[in-house]
Write a protein that binds this ligand. Sequence first.
Ligand code: CO
Length: 150
Amino acid sequence: MKLLRIDHVGYAVTDLREAVAYHERLYGAEVTHREEVPAEGVREALLAVGESYIQLLEPTGEETPVGRFLARNGPGVHHIGYGVADVEASLAELQAKGARTVDDHPRRGSRGCTVAFLHPKGAMGVLVELVEDPGLFPDPTSGGSLHSAE
Ligand code: CO
């Protein structure tokens, strides 16, 4: 496997509207995508930073991963998303190398991505998300791709 880029930095925020307004006002950043992910218990907004994103995450309730994070730590950096070409293969390789994972299998993330999380314990204290973006790595059988898979 290969880490291809920082796909996004995920922020835990208490008020998505306020967090978006802050980034717009300070940096002139633009929201490129909004989505609610019920399985994660979050509403998110993505702000483009070059080819990467800031992912603002507001929990939909207290008993959600981001809700519990906010109660423990307050707002701040929640996780880092690493872009990979194939989450399933990367996850299998990392598990074979003894990495502790949150997800045993890849699952669906926002904007049609496939994702899987590694546990912060055993990952330098950082919650890491592997992200396979189909927009960046289209199915090779359906046309060209920007990068070749490992
Ligand atoms: Co994320």
